[in-house]
Structure formats: structure tokens, C-alpha cells
Design a protein. Structure first.
Ligand SMILES: N[C@@H](CCC(=O)N[C@@H](CS)C(=O)NCC(=O)O)C(=O)O
Length: 208
């Protein structure tokens, strides 16, 4: 098998797991026990020195960072299937913009918000002012997505691509963690529902 995929459910690996299922390419999944520290074992650190999932090995070459892995997979396996725009086109540039935006901007605000409001974080480690600022930033970014989706069903146009995967995977998780109600962003709410209804996502998001 050419592709080996190291993952853990309900983690950043969902982004890549979903992409692999959409692409319909064969891969061997290796479920990691993060609590047991599988990701810090020396043999795994040789594949991903960050000691994190997702990690993907294609033809013996290891890759890390979910956005980079998804772009790589999209370019290599997704163009002919209509799941990633052809490199060099404007659609490709737009898909890249949203993919990098998800990894850099949305994730930054979302992470700051989680660390300041999550029940998993001890109260004395949280800061109300930081939480307020992070929520303002995060909701502002959701507003950008809302505007982008006003005139089209998917981020890069009329068809679903891996650009939708990266952000919808995060929105699915954020809904469980910090924004249970997406009603203030009706386009975004409808788009998230459209994306997570896809059979590929259902296959990987069902607990087990
Ligand atoms: N920016 C990275 C984030 C990867 C990441 O933080 N993975 C977490 C799970 S959500 C992990 O493996 N944590 C284990 C650890 O840090 O020990 C990506 O998008 O791939």
C-alpha cells in the first residue's frame, strides 16, 4: 500500500481523513493513542518531528501539517476527480487562499478562544479579556466565511473541493466546542450541514 495515514479521531487528523475518503484512494490507517504517547515514540518522530497527527507517508516519504498534506493530496490525486482546482488557475489560487486562511487565521482565533473558554482548561489559566478578544476575532472570521458563501454553494464555486474539507472539518469541531449555534451565520450553517452530510465525512466521523 502506497499511503500510510497516522490519525486519531476528533483531532486535526479529521481534516486529512476526510480528504482521503473523498479522494477514494487506497490507504492504510494507523490509529494512534495520543494519551499513551504513541506520537512521541522515536520511530514516529522520524516521520513527523513535531510528534503530532495527522502524519501521512506516501511512497515512503513522510508529510506533516494537515493543510500541507491536503494540498499535496489534492494536487496529486484530486484534480482529475474535480476535488481540487488545477494548479495555476484562479480557482486554485482561491482554494489556496482559503486553505491557508483556515490554517493560519481561523485556527489562531479558534485556538485562543478554546484556551480561554473551554471546560477542559482550569479556570485560573483562563483570561476573560483574552476570551472576549478571541471571540471577537473568531466571530469576525466567521462573518468573512458567511459573506463568501452568499453567492455560491461551496467555497470555490459550484462544486465541493478539498478547500471545503479543511474548514468544514474545523467548523464541525468548533460547533461541539465553542460555537454550538451557527444561526447568526445562516449561509455558513447551511454550508457546514451540506458538507458534513457527505458520505465520506460520515464514514470517518462515526465514533468507533
Ligand atoms: N497544525 C497541525 C496541528 C496538529 C496537532 O496539533 N495535532 C494534535 C491533535 S489535534 C496532536 O497530535 N497532539 C499530540 C501532541 O501534541 O502530543 C496540523 O494541522 O496538522
Amino acid at each position: 500500500m502506497a499511503i500510510k495515514f497516522y490519525f486519531s479521531p476528533y483531532s486535526s487528523a479529521v481534516r486529512t481523513h476526510w480528504a482521503l475518503e473523498e479522494l477514494g484512494i487506497p490507504y492504510e490507517g494507523v490509529r494512534m493513542d495520543l494519551k499513551a504517547g504513541d506520537q512521541k515514540k522515536p520511530e514516529f518522530l522520524k516521520l513527523n518531528p513535531n510528534g503530532k497527527v495527522p502524519t501521512l507517508v506516501d511512497d515512503g516519504v513522510p508529510y506533516f501539517e494537515s493543510a500541507a498534506i491536503n494540498i499535496y493530496l489534492g494536487e496529486k490525486y484530486g484534480v482529475e476527480k474535480g476535488l481540487w482546482p488545477k494548479p495555476g488557475t484562479h480557482a486554485y489560487g482561491r482554494a489556496m487562499s482559503w486553505t491557508v486562511w483556515a490554517a493560519a487565521s481561523l485556527l489562531n482565533a479558534g485556538t485562543r478562544l478554546i484556551y480561554n473558554v473551554s471546560k477542559e482548561i482550569p479556570d485560573d489559566a483562563k483570561n476573560a479579556v483574552q476570551a472576549e478578544g478571541a471571540r471577537k476575532d473568531f466571530e469576525g472570521l466567521l462573518g468573512l466565511l458567511e459573506a463568501e458563501l452568499a453567492d455560491k454553494p461551496f467555497l470555490t464555486g459550484q462544486t465541493f473541493t478539498l478547500a471545503d474539507v479543511l474548514i468544514a472539518a474545523d467548523l464541525w469541531w468548533y460547533q461541539m466546542a465553542i460555537v454550538p449555534d451557527l444561526s447568526p451565520w445562516p449561509q455558513l450553517k447551511a454550508w457546514t450541514a451540506r458538507c458534513v452530510e457527505r458520505p465520506a465525512f460520515k464514514r470517518i466521523s462515526t465514533p468507533g
